[in-house]
Ligand binder design. Sequence first.
Ligand code: NDP
Length: 333
Amino acid sequence: MASIPKTMKGVWIEKTGGTEVLQYKEDIPVPEPKDGEVLVKNEFIGINYIDTYYRSGIYPPPQYPYILGREGSGTIAALGTNTPSDLQLGTRVAYMGQSAYAEYTPVPSTSTIPIPTSISTSTAAASLLQALTAVTLIREAYAVQKGDWVLVTAAAGGVGLWLCQLLKAVGARTIAAASTAEKRELARENGAEVVIGYHEDDREKFVAEVLDITGGEGVHAVFDSVGKATFDSSLAVVRRKGSMVSFGNASGPVTGFALARLTAKNVKLLRPTVMGYVATREELKRYSDELWGFVERDGLKVRVHEVYDLKDVVRATEDIEGRKTAGKLLLKP
Ligand code: NDP
């Protein structure tokens, strides 16, 4: 096993703001794993939209300087104390943690899983957070049933393409919303039954279109990650006793919602996070096993938009925030 250097490459912020606050460094001290942690030498780092929230300040960073990044894959380079026996030096692992935009990341063992031999390290980093979000959304946030109509926004995004594939695999009927014809075609190729634009300048048209598709009833559930811009139109197309699952803020957070609006159709409203569904190692293993099962049995695939060099983090960030991407963005340290 190669020795661990004293310093490493990484990307941190010292304050929140636009992409100008992203600092690529080559002299960050390599951290040591603490009790219950493993130190992962990252091979691939997953970019997630949440990284932009920590950079912009929508979510407050826990400290400064703060190394961004919530997901990666690679091999275990060092072990802290009290780590489980399936995590050994050299084990190929994927994780959801903090400070992934770096060559080395200390991760709690509760958030780290060995990668099955049939899954590549890049596929693992490209899948874990977004795919587990999609799996837990369809199992726990709203337990999707065969034949259900489900609306997915940002359907060609990282989470979106997983939702399209998973919903198809469980027999649901997906209405996929995305901003361009290319993105809509991708959503269709990934399992969506019907694809639509948002009609951003005429939301009533969007609502009418979804109601028309569902015979006037509306959908059983909406998985809405766009947030502020689509919340009202998404709520409007949920059927009586349906579920409105709002799980992201790509256009800004939803604020000032009057609970009484739910009474018109007895709608269930949920604002979940994947971390609340995979908080223990048992939950993480259970849902990861289910995910790898979908990949192997149903042939689900991850679409990688681009693998960027870590020092190109600004371009990668501008691409995802500029709605120029479809599928997963990876960084290579
Ligand atoms: P995506 O790859 O989906 O990228 C974001 C997409 O959002 C864009 O491609 C774009 O698709 C759409 N979008 C709509 N409006 C805007 C806007 N104003 N600015 C930017 N993008 C916009 O990212 P991820 O797959 O990483 O994440 C998707 C969403 O899911 C995010 O909101 C994220 O926060 C959330 N999420 C939540 C989790 C949870 O646990 N709650 C876990 C993981 C992700 P289009 O052009 O087609 O509209």
